[in-house]
Design a protein around this ligand. Structure first.
Ligand SMILES: O=C(O)[C@H](O)CO
Length: 327
């Protein structure tokens, strides 16, 4: 068969930085790839390139909705995001149209788990406040009661959500001499014994955690879940870490809880809005470590995410179930 004859499907890739192995894989499988060139992706450019494509590799956090599906046309067969979270996708619209939708959970867990532990330590040990003191020439000599942090050892580690990411963090913590691992999810996880983890109510999670790690998706149920009332129930020594999504937290309530000492500190990989303006109040809080949503930002993880998204599309184009369907 000639290579021209093998080019069966047109796939639109919405971002020029999608790791090459994924593009090569799509091409080996006989796809013609149309790769958008703008960084960040420009919606009008994407919409203009969509008509006639068979599949969409959506590597952007822009709304993925009926407008995109309409622009592609009725020959469209499959869409995959290159993210685990799909809060920017109009999933009901995909369901209504029975359009196969894939995403990339699972492969993100190790990269995000490493980063979450980094944030637990960075926030628990005042990395940001310490750095600010140096920058402001306020490094105090001969102090004992200064920058006193929280250790992971002997702590109760609580998880909001206990899927791949929460479990990957819990796995890493097995050798950290923690006191107890607890988690809150709607239903108990069958494999929680593998991590020595205990299912608790949301109230128990708030009241017992010394470190509380948010590692769940943003859904109607989790939106704004960590509000003033929730922070009010948390321990004063609690280190709050969010690697889920900013929208799970009422950010004004978090800022208030940090300023008033209602909780000890916070480490945030996600927040509202993203990108966060440099002058956002969150940036002025010494006991808050803020980093720019980089949980999956390693070559290994992004390549695995891209390969998974490409496999989702190829499976769907070949009439098979996606590796990771989103619904
Ligand atoms: O959802 C995800 O995959 C991560 O947050 C990276 O965006």
């Amino acid at each position: 068969m000639t290579s021209a004859a093998r080019r069966l499907y047109k796939v639109l890739v919405t971002h020029p930085e999608v790791p090459l192995p994924a593009l090569e894989f799509l091409r080996q499988k006989g796809c013609e790839t149309i790769v958008c060139e703008n960084i960040p992706p420009v919606r009008s450019d994407i919409l203009q390139k969509l008509p006639g494509v068979d599949a969409i590799f959506w590597a952007s956090y822009q709304p993925l909705n009926g407008e995109v599906l309409d622009a592609a046309g009725s020959q469209l067969k499959a869409v995959s995001t290159m993210s685990s979270g799909i809060d920017y996708v109009d999933v009901p619209e995909f369901k209504r149209r029975q359009m196969p939708l894939g995403h990339t959970p699972g492969v993100v867990k190790n990269g995000v788990a490493d980063l979450a532990i980094g944030l637990m330590i960075a926030a628990g040990r005042f990395f940001h406040a310490g750095r600010q003191l140096i920058e402001n020439s306020k490094w105090e000599k001969e102090r004992i009661n200064w920058l006193m942090g929280q250790e992971i050892r002997d702590s109760v580690i609580g998880f909001m959500g206990f899927g791949g990411i929460g479990q990957a963090i819990a796995k890493r913590l097995q050798c950290w001499d923690v006191k107890k691992i607890i988690y809150h999810t709607r239903t108990r996880r069958d494999n929680d014994v593998d991590f020595g983890a205990h299912h608790v109510t949301f109230d128990e999670l708030l009241k017992e955690s010394d470190f509380l790690v948010v590692a769940c998706p943003l859904t109607a149920e989790t939106k704004g879940k960590f509000n003033a009332e929730a922070f009010g129930k948390m321990k004063k020594n609690c280190v709050f870490v969010n690697v889920g999504r900013g929208g799970i937290v009422d950010q004004d309530a978090l800022i208030e809880a940090l300023k008033t000492g209602q909780i000890f500190s916070a480490g945030l990989d996600v927040m509202t809005p993203e990108p966060l303006p440099a002058d956002d109040p969150l940036m002025k809080i010494p006991n808050c470590v803020v980093i720019p949503h980089m949980g999956t930002q390693t070559l290994k993880t992004t390549t695995e995410m891209a390969m998974l998204a490409a496999n989702n599309l190829i499976n769907a184009l070949e009439g098979k179930p996606m590796v990771c369907p989103a619904y």
